[in-house]
Design a protein around this ligand. Structure first.
Ligand SMILES: C[S@@+](CC[C@H](N)C(=O)[O-])C[C@H]1O[C@@H](n2cnc3c(N)ncnc32)[C@H](O)[C@@H]1O
Length: 162
């Protein structure tokens, strides 16, 4: 594997030391997307909130420190699950956060179980945009809110989808 494809892979499915470094860099570069997602979600009360592709769990940790919501996360990378679990140990142990392996296309969560979902810089990596949106639609409760934050160009959008 060439250097460029190795680096690209660390953003798609971070693993090992390269994955840790790539996600550390993301945390510094993505502050606009993080702030945008937080503003769009308008979190209140004890809503259930899902992060799709949580990476090293930085944004989940930040939100869990600010809001009383119940946080969920799915990511395709076993290494990121391990890193994010370590970072958010306290919230997980107290039952405030639940992280698992899963994808946008197959979250593995129950239908109508989540109030609000967000994803930051992951949609370019989904195997199918249709399948991802369909499964997110399935798990969101009526009145659902999905915040999609993208880095490239001016594609950042956040919206209510029902
Ligand atoms: C560029 S990183 C973004 C991480 C985090 N959202 C952030 O902004 O700090 C992409 C993350 O999405 C995960 N990912 C890639 N494809 C995915 C998919 N189809 N469903 C869920 N997560 C996915 C990767 O494992 C990685 O942790």
């Amino acid at each position: 594997m060439g250097v460029m494809s190795y680096i690209g892979e660390q953003f798609h499915k971070p693993t090992g030391l390269g994955g840790k470094l790539a996600t550390f860099v993301m945390n510094r570069q993505n502050w606009r997307q993080y702030a945008g997602a937080e503003a769009a979600l308008n979190l209140v009360g004890t809503e259930s909130v899902l992060d799709i592709g949580f990476g090293n769990g930085y944004l989940l940790g930040r939100l869990a420190g600010r809001y009383d919501c119940c946080f969920y996360g799915v990511d395709i990378s076993p290494d990121m699950l391990q890193t994010a679990t370590k970072r958010n140990r306290k919230s997980i142990d107290s039952g405030k956060m639940c992280l698992s392996l899963g994808s946008a296309e197959k979250t593995g969560l129950e239908s109508d179980s989540i109030d609000k979902a967000y994803t930051v810089n992951t949609v370019y990596f989904w195997s199918s945009l249709d399948a991802g949106l369909a499964d997110i639609w399935r798990i969101l409760k009526p009145g659902r809110v999905l915040a999609l934050r993208l880095k490239r160009a001016r594609l950042s959008r956040a919206g209510r989808i029902a």
